[in-house]
Design a protein around this ligand. Structure first.
Ligand SMILES: Cc1ncc(COP(=O)(O)O)c(C=O)c1O
Length: 402
């Protein structure tokens, strides 16, 4: 049997969680706060669980500095559930505001910078009820014309004048493409291109970068959502930070011709019921609360940003050395490289040799996504700088061996 301490789990999600949190969670699974009942056995309507939901909410609000204009809600269905919920809720809102427009005039703007935003776009096309505009497609400015390897330059963007919403994915987990968090960078999200930031509905998928660093221009977003299973906790929980004017009566919109919205997906239903419309993923909420409290005890998001910058910086620098020697190739162009998911190809030696050596050293889940191949190293919050140093040492050894 392999001991957990011998393994470094670089998985893309579900991914590593801190040992201290899992130890604590294991105790709570048997006996939550001395109640004699485990967390997953309590009623979700109990005062203990109600207090836990509040704790998680205030941890997020405090650490991300979420303004009072925005609610924090918890739901299920993951990122994929939100691909649908965004379209249904925001077109319902648009219908209430502009009942007489034709569907062709209800424009949904999609920024496509990787596999996940592409999937979200496909769902919008499938659900209909509006017209899809591709604001920009990163493949058109890629090295080979078909991969997602960059945040396109702003002159390629065409944001609609008055869209029902604008959608983007902050960190593309499969491809390793991320918007810069430095507002002066040309790979930062171009908030200046949005015509009316306070009324425009900017929607962002932060599934694989949530709570890894502060979110620039958070208040300019109408909705930020994230599945928990990367930086926060086990899968099953989806976190929404939502501007309150998005909490609309979707049944009233349906009477005007919008698509009806299932209750479990309607943002207003979630909000009216304090995220407890139906039985929530109690264990995921519990672990997420523990993860965020531990994070707070260690330092602020600025501290985490510093550590995550160092981790990614060390790995990219090591890979750049390998590039100079012709042994590896980083997939994503400089400036658009993700801090969370580092993707590269092995050119010298074989991928199989690289992965076998990694496996022997206890490094796990390094294989790239099946749709793109190559190697992917995920550096979520639970991965320490010391673990990245060990991987960098292995890369150096690999360079010497080929
Ligand atoms: C950025 C991003 N969005 C959406 C998803 C889909 O999430 P889920 O599997 O929770 O539906 C993922 C999954 O990895 C993701 O990384």
């Amino acid at each position: 049997m392999t001991d957990r301490s011998q393994i470094v789990n670089f998985g893309p999600g579900p991914s590593a969680l801190p040992d201290a949190v899992l130890d604590e969670a294991a105790k709570g699974l048997l006996n939550y706060q001395g109640t004699g009942i485990g967390i997953t056995e309590l009623s979700h309507r109990s005062k203990e669980f109600g207090a836990l939901v509040k704790r998680l909410e205030s941890s997020i609000r405090e650490q991300l500095n979420v303004p009072s204009s925005h609610s924090i809600l918890f739901t299920q269905g993951g990122g994929s559930g939100q691909f649908s919920a965004v379209v249904l809720n925001l077109l319902a809102r648009h219908r209430l505001l502009y009942p007489d427009l034709s569907n062709d005039d209800r424009v949904m703007d999609y920024v496509v910078t990787g596999s996940w935003s592409k999937k979200a776009l496909e769902e919008a096309k499938r659900l209909g009820g509006g017209r899809v505009n591709v604001v920009v497609d990163g493949r058109q400015s890629s090295k080979d014309g078909k991969s997602f390897d960059n945040i396109p330059s702003y002159d390629r963007w065409s944001i609609s004048p008055n869209p029902a919403f604008i959608y983007y994915c902050e960190n593309e987990t499969v491809d390793g493409v991320q918007f810069s968090s430095d507002p002066t960078s040309h790979q930062a999200f171009p908030h200046h291109l949005i015509h009316n930031p306070s009324t425009t509905c900017l929607v962002a998928d932060f599934s694989s970068s949530f709570m890894s660093r502060p979110i620039p221009y958070l208040a300019n977003h109408a909705l930020i959502y994230a599945g928990a299973q990367k930086n926060i906790g086990p899968s099953g929980l989806t976190i929404l930070i939502i501007r309150q004017d998005l909490l609309v009566d979707t049944d009233a919109a349906a009477k005007l011709g919008a698509n009806p919205v299932p209750y479990t997906m309607a943002y207003k239903t979630l909000s009216d019921n304090n995220s407890l419309y139906n039985t929530p993923p109690m264990f995921s909420i519990y672990v997420a609360a523990l993860v965020l409290e531990q994070l707070k005890a260690k330092g602020s998001l600025q501290y985490l940003e510093k550590v995550n910058r160092e981790k990614a910086g060390l790995l990219y620098a090591t890979l750049q050395e390998g590039e100079r020697r012709g042994i590896v190739k980083i997939k994503v162009k400089e400036g658009s490289r993700s801090w969370m998911n580092v993707t590269f190809e092995i050119l010298g030696g074989t991928e199989k040799e690289f992965l076998e050596g990694a496996e022997q050293r206890g490094f796990r889940q390094l294989k790239g996504h099946r749709s793109v191949g190559g190697i992917r190293v995920s550096l979520y919050n639970a991965i320490t700088l010391e673990q990245v140093q060990r991987l960098a040492e292995y890369l150096h050894e690999f360079y010497e061996s080929v």
